[in-house]
Each structure stands twice: as structure tokens, then as C-alpha cells.
Design a protein around this ligand. Structure first.
Ligand code: SAM
Ligand code: DTB
Ligand code: SF4
Length: 321
């Protein structure tokens, strides 16, 4: 490795916004080149990790996240569903494995799980692991003992997003604070699980808010192993249904900067792919994205069909991992 790439791949946890801004405003070709160098120093650039999502408890969530179709406060026409039976989860995990997924992510529309919910979810984690898949959960806020129980049950990843910058956050959610989120992330990390933590672009935030989100993510030590960057899915009935379409180049820049700041993390091109061209997705992979959600549904909204993704991977020479 030469001196330049040594420097570009050093892990840091003290990023200042002005430095991140310098990366963001590089000429596009220079930013992509820098991101590619970092990416290639740590990963096979032709390999993309694939995770499949399943909503195990849908809708009627008491929280007021302005982007979310599952909040009880917005009329989005979503059909709610209680916690799924174990057999349904196993069937879905088998299907995901057959389609080539390596990780199965189960999401619940809860503010925070009750202890008896954790009992049932642990059964699901055990069963999904037995199918030979990595497991991920996203259930809302966790207490320290709940995080410890999940870790003891063998859960590999816990997803809990910061969503945006600390300053913009109150415009989007009033029912839990940014600090609440940091606390849950600390419980997950302290319990010894891998952290999946990212955010959403296209909610009307400024460039400075995107810098702020990346700064928060990149100054966690260690970095989250998995960093989902979601493009807002504008769902009718939510307060953000009429948000302005988000600029594709700005999205790609955000991925590239995330790659540079968190060299060893998997950066996931997450929600919103259904509305993206193949060319835009290809640019995201070039910028250092190396994970996607695979399967025709995210939690409640559509995702590209597996055939379409297979075709795209074949065109780009990407191997699913
Ligand atoms: N209820 C739990 C929570 O909020 O922590 C877990 C599930 S929640 C749906 C997981 C994440 O999905 C949110 O933090 C948000 O980042 C993302 N998300 C939800 N709705 C979205 C949308 N319409 N577009 C993009 N991302 C979305
Ligand atoms: C994440 O960052 N994105 C996923 C996952 N973590 C749980 C969820 C996306 C949800 C998109 C809206 C929906 O389908 O309900
Ligand atoms: Fe509830 Fe999670 Fe949706 Fe917020 S993002 S309303 S907490 S399901």
C-alpha cells in the first residue's frame, strides 16, 4: 500500500463538519476517485452484501416519524398486523436464503419492545439463525438488559437509525429525542452486537444536515458496521408525501463521503431503489455502496424485484454476498 492510500484509509473518529464539507464539495470526479481508493483498500469492489427485510409487526406505531407509513397518526391506508407467527417468519427466511440473501432483517413498528415481545422475537432469531442466515432486528428503543438478552440469543446486528442531523431531527420526530437514539445505540454496542445505523436523505434537510448526520455516524467509535443510506420513500398520507424529489448526484456524493469517513463499514444503498435508475445505482456502487436490501418488499413499500436486481448485478459484474 502506498503512503497516499495509507492516509486515505486511516480510521478516524474526530471528523469536523468543515473537513466533511471539503470532501462533499470536491469536483465529482475527484470525490469518486477518493471514495474508490478507500473502497478498494478494504473491500472487493465487485462484491455486494444482500439483506432481506421482513416486517414482523406492521403499523399502528405510536411514534410520529414524519416519513413513516407505519405511524398511527397518519392515514396511509396501511393494513396493520400483530406480531407474525414463528412459522411465517421461518418460511420467509427460507425464501430469502434461497434467493441468495445472507442476512435476514426483521422490523417491528414499535416505539420500544416489551419484555414479553423480546421472548417471542428471540425465538425468531434462533429459528432464522438455524436456517443459516445472519440475523438483524429493528424494534425501536432498547433497554440495556434487553440488548444483553438479544446478544445472548445470538443476534448479529441491531438496526437503529439516527435518521438526520441533531438540528433537523426535531422537524421530523417529536416523540423520541436524538439522545434516546444515541442511548439505544450505546446499549447495543455495549452488549457486544454489531451496529447498523444510518439515515434518510430527501426529507427537506440541508447539505449541512447531511454533513451533520455523517459526522454523528463517523464519530462513533467503533464505526457502525453497517450504514444504511435511505432515499426517502414518499408515502401518501405522511407529512413528507409532497417532499421535493431529491437530487441524484447529491445522493451519490453522500454515499461517497460515507465511504471515505467509514472505510471499513458496509454502506447500504437502502430504501428508495425502486425509484432509482440503473445508472444511478451503478454510480452508488462506484461511490462505495456495497450492500442492498434484496427482495420485492422493504418493510411496507416496494423494492425492485429480485430478477431485476439479478439482471443489474449481471450487467455490472457484481457478485452477491
Ligand atoms: N420502529 C423502529 C424504529 O423506528 O426504530 C424500527 C423500524 S423503522 C421503519 C426503521 C427505519 O426505517 C427508520 O429509522 C427509517 O430510517 C426507515 N424508514 C422508515 N420509513 C421510511 C421511508 N418512508 N423512507 C425511507 N426510510 C424509511
Ligand atoms: C433502514 O435503514 N431501512 C430499512 C431498514 N433500515 C429497517 C427500512 C426502510 C423502510 C422503508 C419504508 C417501508 O417499507 O415501510
Ligand atoms: Fe414507528 Fe419506527 Fe415508523 Fe417511527 S420509523 S413511526 S418508530 S415504525
Amino acid at each position: 500500500m502506498n503512503a497516499a492510500s495509507d492516509k486515505s484509509t486511516a480510521l478516524r473518529y474526530d471528523w469536523q463538519r468543515a473537513e466533511i464539507d471539503k470532501l462533499f464539495t470536491l469536483p465529482f470526479a475527484d470525490l469518486m476517485f477518493a471514495a474508490q481508493q478507500v473502497h478498494r483498500a478494504h473491500f472487493d469492489p465487485n462484491q455486494v452484501q444482500v439483506s432481506t427485510l421482513l416486517s414482523i409487526k406492521t403499523g399502528r406505531c405510536p411514534e410520529d416519524c414524519a416519513y413513516c407509513p407505519q405511524s398511527v397518526r397518519f392515514d396511509t391506508g396501511l393494513e396493520s398486523e400483530e406480531l407474525l407467527p414463528l412459522a411465517a417468519v421461518i418460511a420467509s427466511a427460507r425464501q430469502a436464503k434461497q434467493n441468495g440473501s445472507s442476512r435476514f432483517c426483521m422490523g417491528a413498528a414499535w416505539r420500544s419492545p416489551k419484555d414479553k415481545d423480546i421472548d417471542r422475537v428471540i425465538e425468531m432469531v434462533t429459528a432464522v439463525k438455524a436456517e443459516g442466515l445472519e440475523t438483524c432486528l429493528t424494534l425501536g428503543m432498547l433497554t440495556k438488559p434487553q440488548a444483553q438478552r438479544l446478544q445472548a440469543a445470538g443476534l448479529d446486528y441491531y438496526n437503529h437509525n439516527l435518521d438526520t442531523s441533531p438540528e433537523f431531527y426535531p422537524e421530523i420526530i417529536s416523540t423520541r429525542t436524538y439522545q434516546d437514539r444515541r442511548d439505544t445505540l450505546a446499549h447495543v454496542r455495549d452488549a457486544g452486537m454489531h451496529v447498523c445505523c444510518g439515515g434518510i436523505l430527501g426529507m427537506g434537510e440541508s447539505r449541512d444536515d447531511r454533513l451533520g448526520l455523517l459526522q454523528e455516524l463517523a464519530n462513533q467509535q467503533p464505526h457502525p458496521e453497517s450504514v444504511p443510506i435511505n432515499m426517502l420513500v414518499r408515502v401518501e398520507g405522511t407529512p413528507l408525501a409532497e417532499a421535493q424529489a431529491f437530487d441524484a448526484i447529491e445522493f451519490v456524493r453522500t454515499i461517497a463521503v460515507a465511504r471515505i469517513l467509514m472505510p471499513q463499514s458496509h454502506v447500504r444503498l437502502s430504501a428508495g431503489r425502486e425509484g432509482m435508475s440503473e445508472e444511478m445505482q451503478a454510480l452508488c456502487f462506484l461511490a462505495g455502496a456495497n450492500s442492498i436490501f434484496y427482495g420485492e418488499k422493504l418493510l411496507t413499500t416496494p423494492n425492485p424485484a429480485t430478477d431485476r436486481d439479478r439482471h443489474l448485478f449481471a450487467k455490472l459484474g457484481i457478485h452477491a454476498q
